[in-house]
Write a protein that binds this ligand. Sequence first.
Ligand code: DSN
Length: 420
Amino acid sequence: MHPYRDLLLSTDPDIAAALAGEERRQQGGIEMIPSENYTYPEVLALLGSVFTNKYSEGYPGRRYYGGQDFTDAIEELARKRARAVFRAEHANVQPLSGSPMNQAVYLGFLKPGDTVLGMELSHGGHLTHGAPVSHMGKLYNFVRYKTDPARHGAIDFDLLRQTALATRPKMVLCGFSSYPRDLDYAAFKAIADEVGALTMADVSHIGGLIAGGVLKNPMDAGFDFMTTTTHKSLRGPRGGMILCRADHAKRVDSSVFPGLQGGPHMNVVAGVAVTLKRAATPDFQAYARQVITNAKVLAESLTAEGLRLITGGTDNHMVVIDTLASVGLDGSDAEHVLDAIGITTNKQIIPDDPRPPLRPSGIRLGTPAATTRGMKEAEMRSLAAMIVEALRHPADAAVIARLKGTCGKICARFAVPGIE
Ligand code: DSN
């Protein structure tokens, strides 16, 4: 996988040692951060290929530099495959990652000061959906909607409609990074149509589950824009893409380049093309189904052990635990104790969390990476039992050491693709 390993060892032993260390870390622990995954070995190869040497400002057939025979070919394939996989009329595969992908839509279709309805961050929304600390949050008037704990965390569409009628947004935005349910895109679209707003869904977390046909697709509900990163459940290289209707195509493309970005990273675009070809296969559909089955089994096992889950369960790849209410540990302490047994998670704010983001009330778990390694229901039950025991005995060194040993044995049975 790394043909130049010996060369790196002699030219830069520090970086070679870090690479070897990261490989050991990834192979020797269980990755449960829901936004992470292991990409395909051939994508790793493409990321380190000669496509990284090439400047390709512009779009296929309309570039500002010569020598584009092969870059044009890969970008055309990536766009064509993205349109097919997501049933979209147009695809732009150049966004460098999730943040510029969303910014390109806002900057291309909104004027400063325009109102956007977006999901409250603590209820599952995302920083790039106009959090006050972000530049976009300062440039536009983001108005928040929330989930309803009385309805197992469903969105209260009556309230959302009233907010839309009162604030007359230019855009209704949905999507999440810590919400373990599917969304009713038709309900968002109906409200947006009533107030003449554009619709945008950021499906970064669940792009692979939509591609795999196991969650609803906002494009089927007639959304104007759908954005997704390519490296989460989709299993691709780190990048972003914008899907949209044909009538928005020109404006989306010019907003990405030259509006916001310079040259696309063609080594990434090549990896995205390969990822999308894989995403159209029955194997990938089976993977997407297993991601959700694993998350449901994980959620049921944690609930059976008495843990409190946000929304009471999951419809997607993600589980959010209120660790403070469940075991008296804040999210930071919970993350550390799980790190100590070899399970990587992340601390997570929960709806209307009174605590600060670095010391929030919960943690977030996800199944895409473990499922890529081949783990199934039995491993999810084992992981749930280990998680509960560690959270209940965070200061018991013997328990932590034993669980770390168990984790190591599970890891030894499941290889990480791309690590030899
Ligand atoms: N960092 C990603 C996540 O973990 O959800 C999205 O920004």
